[in-house]
Write a protein of this length. Structure first.
Length: 381
């Protein structure tokens, strides 16, 4: 049987050298509840692990370099099994904390307490009394508060509230670190950060989630910075895109137009930089890939593009036989495939820019996204 200490040491060895001692000093299993969910290998659906009935598997999952779900359906009964809170992948956590350039004595605001594990890691570097963490879910906050106390970090201020509002009583902060993704940067984060301080947050769109945004706060009450890094996190609850199964959105009675295309989904859907740019150009659009018989090996699948607000959808059918192109059906007020195709064409003509060429500026009036320099705006609002 592998001991907890051996699991900790093994996980630490997989992380950047500068962070190994910190992760080794904070026992991850203390922060995870007795019932967790891991991703199924065959279909990706959450599989429950209970500490009481499968203690060895539970402990192994705690120290695997993988995300662990700690809550489904916002904690409510009878839901669809939607993962609503996770303990993030440790190597991704280390990447974010390394980018934050933390040092002793800095005041840090964390958005999205979750299990409390990330707050404990931050506390090891800056001092527990300098950390404020905000969690919208009271049950999660209570569990995190208890775990932080058990780990010797009881002086971390754990606040129940909407993280989009920050927490002004603990400010101003040297760093604001969000462990939940946003589509729009809440201006209170800028207001509560010292001039010269930084905001680090996962950023996404309905189509693409996973870019890390580094913002520097200026004296004039604005913040600006670039995207860099692949860090996928759960959404803040007030900004997460509508989720729903294809069968709930694509109905047999819907009328649609039909066309063909030579465009394969590999690049616009599967390429990180292409999908990042497309997400900026086609707001509100989500994509879902459905393989025939749930088997990718068939080479037959359909990409569904959906916008819950307008009820629009598009289906993009791919089979190994390409004669005549790929069949595209579109329904609703928005021609989602046409919008995707136009955004993909813009990205190609711009020279296939990597996501690191894009940046974002936040002002009291909103945000704008630009490419290469702040004057070249590609998206606003």
């Amino acid at each position: 049987m592998t001991t907890t200490e051996e699991h900790q040491a093994r996980l630490a060895e997989e992380l950047p050298a500068a962070w190994r001692s910190v992760f080794h000093a904070v026992p991850r299993h203390v922060f995870l509840p007795g019932k967790i969910w891991v991703r199924g290998e065959s279909d990706g659906q959450p599989i429950a692990l209970d500490r009481r009935t499968a203690p060895d598997a539970w402990l192994e999952a705690c120290y695997r370099d993988a995300p662990v779900a700690v809550q489904l359906d916002d904690g409510g009964p009878g839901g669809s099994g939607y993962v609503s809170s996770t303990a993030s992948m440790p190597s991704v956590v280390a990447t974010m904390l390394e980018a934050a350039e933390l040092s002793e004595g800095q005041r840090v605001l964390e958005i999205g307490t979750g299990t409390g594990f990330n707050a404990a890691l931050i506390a090891r570097l800056v001092g527990a009394g300098n950390v404020t963490t905000v969690e919208i879910d009271a049950d999660l906050a209570e569990g995190a508060r208890a775990a932080l106390a058990e780990a010797g970090c009881s002086s971390v201020a754990t606040v129940v509230g909407d993280g989009e509002n920050g927490y002004s009583p603990g400010g101003p902060y040297d760093r604001v670190i969000a462990t939940a993704a946003v589509q729009r940067i809440p201006y209170p984060w800028v207001e509560q950060t010292r001039p010269g301080g930084r905001i680090l947050t996962p950023f996404g769109t309905a189509f693409h989630s996973g870019a890390l945004l580094h913002l520097h706060v200026a004296d004039d009450g604005t913040a600006s910075g670039r995207f860099g890094g692949d860090t996928a996190f759960m959404w803040v609850r007030g900004q997460r895109p509508s989720h729903g199964a294809v069968e709930d959105r694509v109905l047999a009675e819907h009328e649609y137009t039909e066309t063909t295309t030579s465009l394969h989904p590999y690049e616009p859907v599967g390429d990180f930089d292409a999908s990042f740019a497309i997400g900026l150009g086609v707001p509100g659009m989500r994509s879902t890939v459905v393989h025939d018989h749930d088997d990718p090996a068939t080479g037959r699948f359909t990409v569904y593009l959906m916008d819950a607000d307008s009820g629009s959808w598009a289906s993009w059918r791919v089979t190994p036989e390409r004669s005549g192109g790929y069949r595209v059906c579109q329904h609703g007020a928005r021609a989602l495939f046409d919008e995707l195709s136009a955004a993909h064409t813009w990205w190609r003509r711009a020279g296939r820019p990597e996501h690191t060429r894009f940046g974002l500026t936040v002002t009291p009036d909103g945000q704008r996204i630009w490419i290469d320099e702040p004057g070249q705006v590609v998206s606003g609002g």
